[in-house]
Write a protein that binds this ligand. Sequence first.
Ligand code: R5P
Length: 279
Amino acid sequence: MKLIAGPSSPLLTKRVAKRTGLEIAGVTYRKFPDGEIYVRVDDPEDESFAVINSMRSADDLIYLMLILDALNGKRVFAIIPYMGYARQDRAFLSGEAVSIRAVARMIESSAERVFTVNIHSERAKGHFRKLRELDAMERIGEHYRGKDVIMLSPDRGSLERVRKAAEIAGCDFDYLEKRRIDAENVEITPKNLEIENREVVIIDDIISTGGTVVTAASQLSDRASRIEAACIHGVFAGNALNRLYTSGVSEVKATDTVESQVSIISVSDIISEVLLNEI
Ligand code: R5P
């Protein structure tokens, strides 16, 4: 089996290649003057390939579609570390496209197996037949092992995820609760723990616009001694990183499911292990 580094996951693919010993196949990516995308797998002689390409944008989806087409007739594993389009996991209004269903159909029509890391919802996962979901929360826990921090979930619904990271890190954890003070004011505060003069880490699966973390951080910054934000998928739409830093967050950390200057926690070992077991 050879690896194919999609344009959105070159670093992660290199890390997986190093861990697995699998070679990375040469691929040519080009854009025509009108923006159309061109893909050529330079040497398609091998019989099986694992394509690694996160899906953060529409272009990423087209790249993936064309890579899969170039590998027509081969045995292909599609590894989509960040599965975009997963938030539209149902028709909220009649007539709406169920985006993740369309994505699932496209990928599964060519790929023998599909792997992703922490997909948005069980409902999104339900649109796939061949998907295996990998969990990166323990990598975040390992990153904070031995550090004297309180991990905070932005809401009760995500507490289980944060519990897992906190148990591995060996630190306290809690969730943030919104309390209405009066008609105009809402207070966001940890449900059970005091955070006065403590270092806190707000942990989420995705940071997209940054709105969720910014709202929490701006209310906690008077009390905590330091605030960090950590997530699995650092999507950082628009100027999200700037918004985070100006809201009182001292540092932002993410995994390399989406590659950026803050993707310092790697999921390459989780992907490598599963690849070696499934080849
Ligand atoms: C919600 O379901 C997710 O867990 C995240 O809290 C959300 O996607 C974050 O988005 P944003 O950064 O735009 O607030």
